[in-house]
Write a protein that binds this ligand. Structure first.
Ligand code: UGA
Length: 447
């Protein structure tokens, strides 16, 4: 009989995983502790902006006309324990307040609440990003608290989905990593991922610590690549070189590769920044802190780029104070095709200029509601042209397609001065210069 799957936690990771499991043909029950989220999901609505996710959800959520009915949601842990052969734990692990370490309270609570309800043979699969060593500890929690004893087993199966591509990354993963302790656990995970594996996704079997480390090291590598190119941008700025050309040229070397070499205001979001910090904190606990001291530098290069953007804006305004100056900010989310503003470099730059007295007006295609909640004192406009109206300088800080399609001539009519600073190296300099704009980008020559 086909496996029955539960998904605990319905954020980006959980909501996408639940819908994807239904798409793969399984009966799925999703659980969250926030009633509003469950009510939305039951109506086939997604609590965040993620391309393709709502369609996938509506295709499977029970009660929606024409759906397969394979996907349901609940707040009842007993129902989850009763229903599932496989339980995926997908809750959040944010950074702790005032510390680098990650906050494991949601993961711990999920395990402690679920375990007593797992009464028969089942596989509990951790997907959250956790400090190495957590799986070992959670396996003990499970064994102690589950009435099924040894029949309730743990596996660790990290997730590599990117926001904006969550559906695609979940249905067609680059790889499936299975941290397991038994053949039975491996067999169950192979059954869950049979479709993507048959399509060619590699299936890598590891022990618990390796599976946990694959996730944090992958994100650390990506962060390092971005900070590397941003460090090159700093050197290019000093030497009058062009970091975009440099990235193109080194990217032709297959060993280096083209991806993740876009210089700009750096990485943000709910993952990369907190993951490298939690990784450093954990390495410190293990006595291996020296191995990761370089990540401190990766973090500071990254944070420095935000300050550099503020300084470029100041310079473009004549070098003095921001007082009384009007600054248009295009983009609020940490990356395009997402409404996520967590640790967003764009909002951080907007906020810094605002706090120094600038009159900042922000526009973002999808992130307005979240941005207003986080930064209610900034000005907001409901279109790019609206944000640019009367501006002394325009800052392009999140590379939405919509911004690449803007007509510089139209924007030029609205702006008070035609000066644009590209914090993402994503606009075409020639197009803007031809329309009479002064175009400047990070790590690129002035003219
Ligand atoms: C990241 C990883 O890419 C996923 O593999 C991982 O599963 C996920 O974290 C996670 O841990 O859950 P995500 O946070 O969605 O995914 O964002 P990315 O696409 O990695 O972008 C992160 C930041 O780097 C963005 O602010 C983006 O603008 C910036 N970036 C990216 C650059 O500045 N330059 C680049 O060349 C690429």
């Amino acid at each position: 009989m086909a496996l029955k799957i539960t998904v605990i936690g319905t954020g980006y990771l959980g909501a996408t995983h639940a819908a994807a499991m239904a798409e793969l043909g399984f009966e799925v029950l999703g659980l969250d502790v926030v009633p509003e989220k469950i009510e939305m999901l039951q109506r086939g609505e997604v609590p965040m902006y993620e391309p393709g996710l709502e369609e996938l959800l509506r295709k499977h959520v029970a009660g929606i006309e024409g759906s397969t009915g394979r996907l349901r949601f609940t707040m009842d842990w007993a129902e989850v324990g009763e229903f599932g052969d496989v339980h995926f734990v997908c809750v959040n692990t944010p950074q702790k307040h005032g510390e680098y370490a990650c906050d494991m309270s949601y993961v711990d609570a999920a395990f402690e609440t679920l375990a007593p309800h797992v009464k028969g043979a089942a596989l509990v699969v951790g997907k959250s990003t956790v400090p190495v060593g957590s799986a070992e500890r959670l396996a003990r929690t499970l064994a102690e608290l589950s009435p099924a004893g040894e029949d309730a087993e743990l596996a660790w199966n990290p997730e590599f989905l990117r926001e904006g591509f969550a559906v695609q990354d979940t249905l067609h993963p680059d790889r499936v990593v299975a941290g397991v302790r038994s053949e039975r656990a491996e067999k169950i995970l192979r059954e869950v991922y049979a479709t993507p594996v048959a399509e060619g996704s590699p299936f890598v079997v590891t022990d618990f610590p390796t599976a946990e480390l694959v996730k944090t090291s992958a994100n650390s590598f990506l962060a390092t690549k971005i900070s590397f190119i941003n460090a090159m941008a700093e050197v290019c700025e000093a030497a009058d070189g062009d970091v975009a050309k440099l990235a193109e040229a080194i990217g032709h070397d297959e060993r280096i590769g083209k991806k993740y070499l876009r210089a700009g205001i750096g990485f943000g979001g709910g993952c990369l920044p907190k993951d490298i910090r939690a990784f450093m904190a954990r390495a410190g606990e293990l006595g291996a802190d020296q191995a990761l001291t370089f990540l401190r530098e990766i973090d500071s290069i990254n944070m420095r780029r935000r300050g550099q953007m503020v300084e470029m804006a100041r310079e473009a305004l004549g070098g003095g104070s921001f007082l009384g100056k009007r600054v248009a900010v295009l983009g609020a989310t940490f990356k395009p095709d997402s409404d996520d503003v967590r640790d967003s470099p764009a909002l951080n730059v907007a906020g810094q200029i605002h706090l120094q007295g600038g009159q900042v007006t922000v526009y973002d295609p999808k992130g307005m509601a979240n941005a207003k909640r986080l930064f209610p004192t900034l000005g907001y406009a409901d279109s790019a042209v609206g944000a640019v109206r009367g501006a002394d300088v325009v800052l392009h800080l999140t590379e939405w397609q919509e911004f690449r399609e803007l007509d510089p001539a139209v924007l030029g009519e609205a702006a008070s001065a035609r000066v644009i600073l590209d914090g993402r190296n994503a606009l075409d300099p020639e197009t803007w210069r031809r329309a009479g704009w002064t175009y400047r980008a990070m790590g690129r020559p002035t003219v």
